[in-house]
Write a protein that binds this ligand. Structure first.
Ligand SMILES: NC(=O)C1=CN([C@@H]2O[C@H](COP(=O)(O)OP(=O)(O)OC[C@H]3O[C@@H](n4cnc5c(N)ncnc54)[C@H](O)[C@@H]3O)[C@@H](O)[C@H]2O)C=CC1
Ligand SMILES: O=C([O-])CC(=O)C(=O)O
Length: 319
């Protein structure tokens, strides 16, 4: 059986990390594409030369021409610019909306049957733009953010409770920005919901509130440390979890920016929600019960994304 072909559009910090992880996990052969000449070729060769040491089999190709992604089974898009200290993700929209137009066209022409994972920010509006430009079915184009935001939440909870990350679950919904919604009721330590852990006296509501806020600010915290760009190890690991769910038909239930039509009161809109990923892409959006407070936070986040999608519409080249 032929190996999977995984195209990485954008060979920067996240693209390079994705390429490395794909080889280590033997998920398939990798094509790195970038407009920067030499970058995808150099990173591809460097990672390929690590495979004999690791004892894994994967082919690596670097390219500056979209024809290289022809027939890809999965495309992960990180093309565009990241933010620097003092910027919000939304400040990236002008540059990155145009990049999504070009990338969408490249995907449409070369691999219209692929499962496409968008990572480029501002995420929820960029996955919308990428889907529009590619014309692919909505269930085959999805955005990565919720897995990352939930992983950060889990890490901070691990620090608070001193319990293995394996025993901590978390769900963060909504847009990938300041309005994201970490759901404490649906986040657990070994199945015990966080509000119950407060009642048990294992933590305080105040500490939990601080962790929720730190989760919302998780991206900015890394940007402030790095100064030259944004997070890339955890974002790459998160997208790999989604790609693996598709390639191995794992039916993972993950928070992703998925197309919501007739769920959560939305009629055709990309935002972070729990969804099942398997061989058909996004196979189902799962509508969980939200209380009034959670509904209000989710709606606030939807409104923020709506504004960004409207801005992206104006920036996308027509036709
Ligand atoms: N969704 C999420 O949770 C996260 C999203 N991000 C976003 O991911 C994006 C990429 O981040 P990094 O890899 O750190 O940035 P980076 O700057 O290291 O890499 C971006 C790459 O895109 C390339 N590029 C620019 N325009 C292009 C085009 N038209 N076609 C192909 N390639 C093009 C650049 O040459 C560069 O190599 C940023 O927009 C960042 O904000 C970052 C972390 C998490
Ligand atoms: O914060 C950023 O600019 C990058 C990002 O989306 C994240 O790390 O969550």
């Amino acid at each position: 059986m032929a190996r999977n072909k995984i195209a990485l559009v954008g060979a920067g910090n996240i693209g390079g990390t994705l390429a490395h992880l794909i080889g280590l996990k033997e998920l398939g052969d990798v094509v790195l594409f970038d407009i920067a000449e030499g970058t995808p070729q150099g990173k591809g060769l460097d990672i390929a030369e690590s495979t004999p040491v690791e004892g894994v089999d994967a082919e690596y190709t670097g390219a500056n021409d979209y024809s290289a992604i022809k027939g890809a089974d999965v495309v992960i898009v990180t093309a565009g610019v990241p933010r620097k200290p003092g910027m919000s993700r939304d400040d990236l929209i002008e540059t990155n909306a145009k990049v999504m137009s070009a990338v969408g066209k490249g995907i449409k022409e070369n691999c219209p049957d692929a499962f496409v994972i968008c990572i480029t920010n501002p995420l929820d509006a960029m996955v919308w733009a990428l889907r529009e430009a590619s014309g692919l079915p909505h269930n085959k184009v999805v955005g990565m953010a919720g897995v990352l935001d939930s992983a950060r939440f889990r890490w901070f909870l691990h620090e608070e409770f001193n319990v293995s990350v394996q025993d901590i679950t978390a769900f963060v919904l909504g847009g990938h920005g300041d309005t994201m919604v970490p759901l404490t009721r649906y986040s657990t330590v070994a199945g015990i919901p966080l509000p119950d852990l407060v009642k048990m006296g294992w933590t305080t509501q105040e500490k939990l509130d601080q962790i929720v806020q730190r989760t919302r600010d998780g991206g900015a915290e890394i940007v402030a440390h790095l100064k030259t760009g944004s997070a890339f190890y955890a974002p790459a690991a998160s997208a790999i979890e989604m790609a693996e769910a598709y390639l191995k038909d794992k039916k993972r239930l993950l928070p992703c920016a998925a197309w919501c039509d007739g769920v959560y009161g939305l009629d055709g809109f990309y935002v972070g929600v729990p969804c099942i990923i398997g061989e058909n892409g996004v196979e189902k959006v799962v509508e969980i019960d939200l209380n009034d407070e959670e509904k209000a936070m989710f709606q606030n986040s939807v409104n923020a994304v709506k504004g960004l999608v409207e801005a992206a519409k104006k920036l996308m080249p027509q036709g």
